[in-house]
Structures are given as C-alpha cells and as structure tokens.
Design a protein around this ligand. Structure first.
Ligand SMILES: Cc1cc2nc3c(=O)[nH]c(=O)nc-3n(C[C@H](O)[C@H](O)[C@H](O)COP(=O)(O)OP(=O)(O)OC[C@H]3O[C@@H](n4cnc5c(N)ncnc54)[C@H](O)[C@@H]3O)c2cc1C
Length: 388
C-alpha cells in the first residue's frame, strides 16, 4: 500500500481518462490526481478525428493545446450514387500527440504506466501487483466492455499511415469512400490527410463478431491506393482496432453489470459514444469538463452525477441506434448512410452532434418518392464478446 492518499485516481489513460486528467490539471491544479494505465504509454489508441461543431462549449479550449492536424475546407463522402463535400473544420489527433500532451502538461508523478488495475472500490484502486492506492474519488475509464444487454455489430478498422512521394492534393478528409466494390457487405474506406504528403488510409468493415478480417482489409487498402495513384509510398505505421455499433440495448442492465458503488464510470464504458459511428471525443470532452467543474464532490455523489449524464446521453442517442439498426437491417450495402448524407446540411449537422430529432428519423426511414424503398430495421448480434 502506498502512503499517499490522492484526491482522484483514474483507471485507464485512454481517450476518456486522458481528457479527464487534462481537464483536472487545467481547472484544479491544486488536486492530487493519479492516472493509472496498464500499457507502457498513456493516451494510446487510434487516430481520432472530429468536426469542430461536434464539440460542446469549452471543449475546444480543452483540446487547444494538443498538437493536431486541422482542415478548414470541410470533408467529403463518396457513395455509389452520391459524392458530396460538407462544410466544417475537421481536426485529427494522433495517439502520439495525445501522449505527448499528457507528458508535457501533467506532473511526471501523476502518470503511472505498467499499472494494471485488478479491482476498484469507493476510495481505493487495487493493482495486479497487490498494491492498494487510496483516493477520495475513483474513476473507471478502462474502456468499452460489452455484454448481452447490448446488440449491434463491431466496426473494424485497419489503417495504414503512408508518406507519398508527392503531395496528395486532397483539400481535407474523406470520411466515407464506398466507391470501391462492396461485394454486398458493409464496408468502406476513409482517408485522413496528416500533412501535405501524409495520409492515414483505413478500411472499415461492420461485422457481427469482434474477430477482424485483416487480410481482406489490407487488400482493399492496396486496391484503393492503386486506384487513387498513391503508389511508391513509405509505410510510417499502421493501426487496427474495433469499436461497437449499438443498435439496441437495455442500458440500465448493461450499466449495472459494470458499475461499482461509489466509483465513477466514464468513457465508452459508460456508453458515452455515438452508437452509430463509435466516436466519443465530444462526449469524453464534455464529461471531462463536468468532472473538473465538480471535482470537489465526494466520490459517491460524482458517480451519481456522471451516471445521470450517461443516462441522458443514452436517451439522446436513440436516433443514432435506430440508424445503426437501419444500416444493419438493409442487409447489403450502405443505403442507410447514403440516404443520411443526401439530406440537407442542417440534418447532417444534427447527426454529427448526436442530436437527430424524431422527424429526422422518419425522414431517414421513409425516403421521398423515387429515392428507394423503406429500410428494414435489425438489432444485430449481442455485443457479448470483447473488442480486445
Ligand atoms: C479504429 C478506431 C478509430 C476510431 N476513431 C475515432 C475517431 O475518429 N473519433 C472519435 O471520437 N472516436 C473514434 N474512435 C472511438 C474512440 O477511440 C473510443 O470511443 C475511445 O477510445 C474510448 O475511450 P475510452 O477512454 O473510454 O477507452 P479507451 O480509449 O479504450 O481507453 C481505455 C484505457 O484503459 C486501459 N486499461 C484497460 N484495462 C485496464 C486495467 N485493468 N488497468 C489499467 N488500465 C487499463 C487501456 O489500456 C486503455 O488505455 C475510434 C475507435 C477505433 C477502434
């Protein structure tokens, strides 16, 4: 057991835990905060991107000191029958840059890597090593844990970071490119420009299990790069990951299988992500700011407050789950997504901000005459296996 009692201990230095630690450091430098991470570096994960308009008030300030790549001329989506450039500023953050910000901004003693958490309780964190760390408030940010109470699919991504021999010439990200042969599956590619000659090209597949199909994904990246003339590139790195697409669920049952009395549950573990896209940076930033503003509360009260925020988020994202159900139910292809991106900009913006209305939902399910048939809804498979 260590002698010091911390004000706040955070288990898991992924996206959510890192943003909470940064927000606390800025708002409450007087507090003793400890960030515990099982891996050898904090802030790791996959390259994240988001649109400026997705962020809640104050979040741009929280993210302002992070080194990012930003594109002001919008983003593009490409489907079989629709290519469209949409307005917005798109930011891209690499795990390397998030890790560097944590190292730069937090006291070295505030981050402990190689610290695998074995158990949590109100007032203490137990490590695998047997060490017990006391803290007034304990926050669990150990990442998504599925369960039989949720159903949907797994969104697998394989990405290659390339340096091209010449500038790529893209004015901004291509977030969905379904122009490559789909073979009736739920697959697409994306391209995030990380510099004038650097790209992160990713293959995305929605599959019923957490087992990826990396060989096919790799072949699709090769074919796509060749079709765009991006040849003779230097490979700078690669990323592979998997996130949930949630089409239905019993939120209370899921959360009660993960919650521990008096421990704050945050991040994707608390359901704080977009159920269709899996994106979580906007929700993670909002919760980080809320925790920093209420950091004085005893652990039990903060846990109840954040559980309430998570319930509200679940309710607000019901249209996203329905859209995920339409995507899974359409059987083949990305019809539901193509229909979404054919709508007016205001509706797409509401989708970006996880704020679709009931009227939006009806518009997406029942297209205008001559724009295809009504889509079928499906709930997918139980999200019981881990994303590993
Ligand atoms: C390929 C891919 C691309 C994505 N792209 C985007 C994007 O562009 N924009 C976006 O907003 N979202 C994106 N997401 C989703 C986003 O990355 C996740 O929603 C987000 O990482 C969830 O944050 P989290 O902190 O809850 O969990 P994680 O980021 O998974 O962090 C959990 C952390 O806890 C640590 N941990 C786990 N168990 C223990 C333990 N026992 N002890 C100590 N530490 C532990 C893990 O090592 C990890 O560091 C993407 C996801 C994937 C897979």
């Amino acid at each position: 057991m260590t002698g010091q009692r911390h004000d706040i201990a955070i288990a898991g230095a992924g996206l959510a835990g890192s943003l909470i630690a940064l927000a606390l450091r800025r708002a409450r430098p007087d507090l003793s905060v400890l960030l515990l991470e099982a891996a050898d570096e904090p802030g790791q994960g996959e390259t994240w991107h988001w649109l400026a308009h997705q962020l809640p008030d104050g979040a741009d300030l929280l993210l302002s000191t992070l080194r990012k790549t930003s594109w002001d001329s919008g983003y593009e989506v490409r489907f079989a029958g629709l290519t469209r450039r949409l307005p917005g500023t798109c930011h891209i953050l690499t795990p390397h840059d998030l890790g560097a910000a944590l190292r730069r901004e937090l006291d070295a003693r505030a981050i402990r890597c190689h610290a695998r958490v074995a158990a949590l309780e109100a007032g203490a964190v137990m490590l695998d090593s047997g060490e017990r760390i006391a803290a007034r408030t304990v926050i669990d940010c150990r990442g998504f844990a599925g369960g039989e109470a949720l159903s949907g699919a797994w969104h697998h991504t394989l990405a290659r970071h390339l340096r091209l021999p010449a500038p790529h010439g893209l004015p901004g990200p291509v977030t969905i490119d379904a122009s490559l042969e789909q073979g009736g599956s739920l697959r697409f590619l994306s391209v995030l420009p990380l510099g004038v000659d650097e790209l992160l090209i990713a293959d995305h597949a929605l599959l019923p299990t957490a087992r990826p199909d990396r060989r096919l994904a790799s072949r699709r990246i090769d074919a796509y790069s060749a079709s765009r003339g991006w040849l003779d590139a230097a490979l700078l790195g690669h990323e592979a990951g998997c996130r949930p697409v949630v089409a239905a669920g019993d939120f209370a049952a899921w959360q009660s299988s993960l919650a521990m009395p008096g421990v704050v549950l945050a991040g994707s573990r608390a359901g704080l992500f977009n159920p269709l896209t899996g994106q979580s940076i906007a929700a993670a930033a909002a919760i980080a700011l809320r925790i920093a503003a209420e950091a004085e509360l005893p652990g039990e009260q903060l846990a109840a407050l954040i559980a309430g925020e998570a319930r509200r988020h679940w309710t607000a994202t019901a249209p996203g789950r329905r859209l995920a159900g339409l995507l899974l139910g359409s059987g083949a292809g990305l019809t539901a997504l193509e229909r979404l991106y054919a709508q007016d900009e205001a509706l797409i913006r509401r989708f970006d901000c996880a704020a679709l209305t009931r009227a939006d939902r009806l518009r997406l399910a029942c297209p205008a005459p001559g724009r295809g048939g009504r889509l079928r809804l499906a709930t997918g498979a139980p999200l019981g296996d881990s994303a590993g």
